[in-house]
Write a protein that binds this ligand. Structure first.
Ligand SMILES: Cc1ncc(COP(=O)(O)O)c(C=O)c1O
Length: 222
């Protein structure tokens, strides 16, 4: 594993991308902080242990299009470390400690979630399992027609979107559209091609192939 060979690593950020659980058991022995990016993986778990609960911090996005989405931007970080939890709340609240909003004792940003978003999310949370199963059902239908790339399946994966590589992308989109699936799209400007990322993007083998053949299909719950 790459991280075994790297020294001076401050932290690792595994991304449970597209709802696939990263096998973080391989990282736990490194004894460095692990920040799990669960933005696309609400409800995914390994042997019942939910993503975001094994690392030092788990981060969830509640952006409206996410599996659990608010009405506007929102998100949450979870941790079992009480000291970190205090620091995170303080950071999200302009560096103000609990019970003293006029003091600013550390760096901070204004990132408090609106109460109305919290209320909506609490209501939607009641349906998350059911919606997740719907997404899995839709994702598996896509997968039955295109099992590439393979899913890792170290645990119970969920689906945020179905991502695939297709030799003839236009043909695939046309086929899906003709069969009632409208929401198939490509990333018009992939990350690797952005000016801002050019200086730190490693040269990925087959990068151009990925850029030209990747396709994303939505897995909305019904
Ligand atoms: C994998 C992943 N990480 C992080 C983010 C960022 O989430 P947010 O926009 O809520 O900050 C997203 C959102 O698109 C995402 O898909």
């Amino acid at each position: 594993m790459l991280v075994d060979k790297v020294h001076d690593v401050d932290c690792v950020i595994p991304v449970h991308l597209y709802g696939q659980c990263v096998d973080i058991s391989k990282l736990l022995h490194l004894n460095i902080p692990i920040i799990e990016d669960c933005a696309q993986a609400h409800g995914a778990n390994v042997n019942g242990q939910h993503v975001g609960t094994r690392g030092t911090i788990g981060c969830f996005s509640f952006y409206p299009g996410k599996n659990l989405g608010a009405l506007g931007d929102a998100g949450a970080c979870i941790t079992n470390d009480e000291c970190l939890s205090i620091k995170m709340k303080q950071y999200a609240s302009l560096g103000s400690p609990k019970n003293d909003r006029y003091a600013h004792i550390s760096d901070g940003i204004n990132s408090r979630m609106d109460g109305i978003q919290g209320l909506l999310l609490c209501e939607k949370l009641k349906h998350l399992n059911e919606w997740t199963e719907d997404r899995i059902r839709v994702g598996e239908i896509y997968r039955s027609g295109s099992d590439f790339p393979k899913r890792s399946s170290v645990g119970k994966d969920v689906y945020h979107v179905f991502y695939t590589l297709q030799g003839d992308r236009d043909e695939y989109i046309k086929f899906m559209n003709n069969n009632g699936v409208q929401r198939v799209f490509i990333t018009p400007q992939p990350y690797q091609t952005w000016n801002v990322s050019k200086s730190f993007t490693p040269i990925v083998k087959m990068r151009d192939y990925f850029v030209n053949h990747v396709l994303v299909c939505q897995c909305f719950h019904t």
